[in-house]
Design a protein around this ligand. Structure first.
Ligand code: ZN
Length: 142
């Protein structure tokens, strides 16, 4: 699966904050999606995460907090379960962070971090994007 070089921004996943991956998985399975079967712990984010493929590029990501300190726990406490962020795949997260910062966008992290699946990620603050938390992500170099 390769990224078309002409397009430096494609939908990678829609992330949904859930109390329980096993309970929520069923909703998407009933819709006809198949989960990878892999539940990964992202220690940095204090979450469990699992993905189901939607199409050739896009996935549904379910995020379950592993701690009351998790941002996902706090999100569920204040807003309830639901869409947490959109993630777009870009060719170079570091460059995109720099480029957008220069345009005045605020990021959650000053430098990209390692996220689920070993991807390099950063998050644009919802205050910069009309209330939508946007993740930008770059596949690990193989
Ligand atoms: Zn994500």
């Amino acid at each position: 699966m390769s990224l078309p070089t002409s397009q430096d921004c494609i939908l990678d996943h829609i992330a949904i904050a859930v109390k329980s991956i096993s309970a929520s998985q069923k909703i998407y399975e009933d819709l006809g999606m198949t989960f990878s079967g892999i539940i990964e712990e992202v220690v940095d984010q204090k979450v469990l995460t699992t993905f189901a493929q939607i199409d050739v590029n896009a996935h549904i990501e379910l995020l379950e907090p592993t701690s009351n300190e998790s941002a996902i726990h706090k999100f569920i406490e204040s807003k309830g379960e639901g869409i947490h962020h959109l993630c777009f795949k870009v060719l170079n997260v570091k460059n995109k962070t720099l480029e957008l910062s220069q345009k005045g966008y605020k990021f959650i992290y000053p430098e990209p971090r390692i996220g689920a699946g070993g991807c390099l990620v950063n998050f644009i603050h919802p205050k910069s994007t009309g209330g939508v938390l946007i993740e930008i992500s770059q596949r690990p170099q193989i």
